[in-house]
Design a protein around this ligand. Structure first.
Ligand code: GLA
Length: 433
């Protein structure tokens, strides 16, 4: 009896859904931020080709997510979703096959409601049928949105229940067809704390509403993420939304991120281990955009096969710890990785600033040790540090550092403990306090 009870408890616990898919953050392209509904297969395949040409697929961006607006407004007589023949004149299968030839797996989009946010058929009540259609078309990854929710007397469910219907359909299909389950990206905009339960149903969950290509939108997402950063792990992660890197002066209204803001954006998304889905024009991508997206030192940490968690704040900096401030989120972050201890320092001010932290503020640092400092943007070792690091950062700029042990720190350094409280001589006399 006890063991049965325990099994039930484990099954309903918060552990991630380890069904073999989505262990690491998804890297790829998503059509939404750049195109919304305005695309054709041909236009999208040009993007896919540009990704190959720029070496992005090789760098790990291997997923191509077809977001909203790919179908006709109504289902066919058998209730099936039909691809829009104007957008996909050669059919959806041809589209996914073309992607596959370029080394890209295909992802698609639907809704836990009557319609998609763009007004196309949604999958509520059609979960198994639509999944079959998506699989038949050649997709293996599904983003699941939250528009056009049926009345309560219809669903008799919460957000969780509406998403569980699709998650269950995925598990049932995988079992029946003995195939790999679809990867499921939940997109309920952080309404009902999906970071608590999302890992039971899928591999990622959006933590808020839609991103926009300006700094206030990014800092607000970083602020939200700072409070739940530790919910990210293998097979289950906070999704900070599609990237806006490259959308400066593009889109309606056009984005206005500076180079430093775009770097901070990418650094935070990658080191917090969010999915990284590009959504800007890869055909005309600038060297700066490509430099950011192809930062192999940072991508390596995003894709660390041995450490699933991302960075989390150890000090808010400008504000007292745990202050909710969408304009000035947490500034000092740390985490572990297979390659060393990671630090991210973010200047949330509009002016340049000197920023300093003690190494032992990070849980992952050993006291009394020297550390080699590798700069993940300069791509080189910038020095050896002990006790603290001081940096000069531009407005909304970022530093991303990797620290590796370089032996004991010099003898006789005072104070004898970098942490002030409870520091004691062997005889029980306090050095501090
Ligand atoms: C919602 C989602 C976006 C995008 C659009 C498509 O707004 O949050 O990411 O998928 O729907 O209509």
């Amino acid at each position: 009896m006890a063991s049965i009870l325990l099994a039930v408890l484990y099954a309903t616990g918060t552990t991630a859904l380890e069904n073999g898919v989505g262990k690491l953050p998804a890297l790829g392209f998503n059509t939404w931020n750049m195109y919304q509904c305005d695309y054709t297969a041909e236009i999208l395949l040009e993007q896919a080709h540009a990704m190959v040409d720029h070496g992005l697929v090789k760098a790990g961006y291997d997923t191509f997510m077809l977001d909203d607006c790919y179908s006709l407004r109504e289902r066919d007589k058998k209730g099936r979703i039909v691809e829009d023949p104007e957008k996909f004149p050669k059919g959806m299968k041809h589209f996914t096959k073309s992607l596959s030839k370029l080394g890209l797996r295909a992802g698609i989009y639907s809704n836990a409601g009557y319609r998609t946010c763009g007004g196309f058929p949604g999958s509520y009540g059609h979960e198994a049928q639509d999944l079959e259609t998506f699989a038949h078309w050649g997709f293996t990854y599904l983003k699941y949105d939250n528009c056009y929710i049926p009345f309560d007397n219809v669903t008799q469910e919460n957000v969780y229940g509406r998403y569980a219907r699709m998650s269950d359909a995925i598990a049932a299909r995988a079992k029946k067809t003995r195939s790999t389950p679809f990867q499921l990206a939940l997109c309920e905009w952080g309404w009902q704390q999906p970071w608590i339960w999302g890992g039971r149903l899928g591999q990622s969950w959006r933590i808020g509403g839609d991103i926009r290509p300006w700094w206030s939108a990014l800092s607000s997402i970083i602020n939200q993420a700072s409070f739940i950063a530790s919910e990210t792990r293998f097979h289950g992660r906070n999704d900070l939304d599609i990237l806006e890197v490259g959308n400066t002066d593009q889109g309606t209204p056009p984005g206005n991120l500076t180079y430093d803001q775009a770097k901070s954006h990418f650094t935070a998304w990658a080191l917090l281990k969010s999915p990284l889905l590009i959504s800007s024009d890869m055909k005309t991508a600038t060297p700066e955009t490509l430099e950011i997206l192809e930062n192999s030192d940072i991508l390596k940490i995003s894709q660390d096969p041995h450490v699933g968690e991302g960075i989390a704040p150890f000090r808010w900096g400008r504000n007292p710890d745990y202050t909710w401030d969408p304009d000035h989120p947490a500034e000092y972050w740390t985490g572990n990785s297979s390659y060393g201890v990671v630090f991210m320092v973010l200047n949330t001010e509009d002016a340049p600033r000197q920023m300093t932290f003690n190494l032992t503020e990070s849980w992952a640092i050993r006291a009394g040790r020297l550390y080699d400092v590798y700069d993940l943007w300069a791509h080189k070792k910038t020095g050896t540090a002990y006790r603290n690091i001081s940096l000069e950062l531009p407005p909304h700029g970022v530093a991303a550092l990797l620290l590796n042990d370089a032996g004991p720190e010099p003898e006789g350094l005072e104070p004898y403990c970098a942490g002030y409280w409870q520091c004691s001589f062997p005889n029980g006399t306090y050095y501090s306090n």
